[in-house]
Design a protein around this ligand. Structure first.
Ligand code: BGC
Length: 437
């Protein structure tokens, strides 16, 4: 069957953010930052305090880093050597779900099961050495309220996690108890940070002029250093990093696919921006729109953002790869013309995502800069969507140019691969140094 060109155009239009809307979103983001600094209740951004500022780059010592926040959990041993140098001396990792075997994140899973699994992985990372003392830095990539660098309570699960008994709890207490249950007394969890904060710490450890950290992966979120916050519990220099939980940003206009998807999600009404931009959700939106094009509205097509990426990577004339994916996922035969249309739909969803994320970056840059000139700076980004999804980087650059004109040349986004682990180790070093004083 041939897909209807007009219907496609009208769906693509619904996924389009034009120049004017882009500017308005960036301005609203900036406004929400300002409101949130006065009182987070007035903003759709949670603006969570991390109790950590920037590292000096001189942090040293060997630490354990637990990176927990997506479908894979990783534990590393990292030797910080100062001067921005480090060495990963051990790394282990496991998925939180193996279909048919176990699932620590779905409905029915419990906190004890999840944290016992983490403790087991930590045990593997230390080669079951229950004597040598280690401080552990924990990158926990969910919205948490903190009172200091250790004490972080999960506010609410995101990314469709549903494990019971963790919301409202101090996550490092749950971890410490699980370690004890396993007979591990020599590991002391000493810090908890969001993954955006980890990426910023990791990039800033190695490169100066970095004040914004971002994750663009299964979830999407940004943090930045707010120079005006002074707090006796804050560790580090330059101010305090705020975890914006920008996935919760609300001043956007969701289209009917966004609205319908939100209604069917694990947490309706929450994480509205994240549901429009992140890797966890782009495949779902694509599937909903495609079902409509195939006149099967409401049908649940099971696409992931990896499928979107493969579709966008098919540069062949006949669209063989696209046809194979469509056949595999929805058992339909498409010709080369249809394959082209399907690729246009995938592109529209990805381009919207990159433009919205860029608007949030620019909102932060405008907030930090005030009325002055934008200084040369890097935005540290980690995550598979940023790293691997076609069209993302070029559309970030395009949107930066649209919003900042000449000054866009002062901003570059840099990939900080592995920053979640390194950042956790740096935060542990910063917490340990602070405790020594
Ligand atoms: C979480 C954030 C996290 C982001 C990226 C979101 O779902 O709420 O805390 O930084 O995902 O992992």
């Amino acid at each position: 069957m041939a897909l209807d060109r007009q219907q496609l155009q009208s769906i693509i239009k619904e996924f389009t953010v034009d120049a004017e809307q882009l500017r308005e979103i960036a301005a609203n983001f900036r406004q929400d930052l300002k409101l949130g600094l006065n009182d987070p209740k007035d903003s759709s951004l949670r603006m969570l305090r991390s109790y950590v500022g920037l590292p000096t780059g001189k942090e040293t010592g060997e630490y354990l880093a637990l990176d927990f926040g997506g479908t894979n959990v990783r534990v590393s041993r990292i030797k910080l050597q100062g001067a921005g140098r480090f060495e990963v001396t051990k790394k282990v990792g496991k998925p939180l779900i193996v279909p048919g075997e176990y699932d620590y994140v779905g409905v029915g899973s419990t906190s004890d099961q999840m944290f016992d699994f983490l403790a087991e992985l930590i045990d593997e990372a230390i080669d079951k050495d229950h004597d040598t003392k280690f401080f552990l830095g924990h990158t926990f990539s969910f919205p948490s309220t903190q009172t200091d660098l250790y004490n972080a309570k999960l506010i609410i699960w995101t990314k469709e996690f549903a494990t019971s008994g963790v919301e409202g709890e101090v996550v490092n207490d749950l971890l410490t108890e699980a370690l004890k249950r396993r007979g591990i007394e020599n590991i002391e969890p000493i810090s908890v940070i969001n993954d955006t904060v980890a990426v910023l710490l990791s990039a800033a450890y190695q490169k100066s002029d970095t004040y914004i950290g971002s994750i663009y992966a299964t979830g999407q979120n940004n943090c930045y250093v707010e120079s005006t916050i002074n707090d006796p519990n804050n560790v580090g220099v330059g101010g305090m990093i705020l975890n914006l939980e920008s996935g919760g940003f609300m001043k956007l206009t969701p289209n009917r696919f966004d609205i319908e998807f939100d209604q069917s999600s694990e947490k309706p009404g929450e994480q509205r921006m994240e549901k429009m931009v992140s890797g966890r959700y782009m495949g779902e939106l694509f599937g909903m729109a495609l079902a409509e094009l195939f006149n099967e509205e409401g049908e649940k097509y099971n696409f992931t953002s990896i499928d979107i990426s493969s579709i966008l990577m098919d540069d062949s004339v006949d669209g063989d790869r696209i046809a194979a994916i469509i056949k595999d996922k929805v058992n339909k035969d498409v010709d080369s013309e249809d394959a082209k249309k399907i690729k246009e739909l995938a592109a529209a969803i990805v381009i919207r995502s990159a433009r919205l994320v860029t608007a949030s970056f620019v909102g932060i840059i405008w907030h930090r800069t005030g009325s002055g000139k934008i200084n040369r700076q890097h935005i540290a980004v980690d995550g598979s969507v940023y790293e691997k999804m076609p069209l993302v980087k070029e559309n970030i650059n395009r949107a930066l140019n649209e919003l900042l004109g000449e000054e866009a040349k002062n901003i570059d986004t840099i990939l900080d691969n592995g920053g979640s682990g390194l950042g956790a180790a740096i935060s542990a070093a910063m917490a340990a140094n602070h405790a020594d004083k």
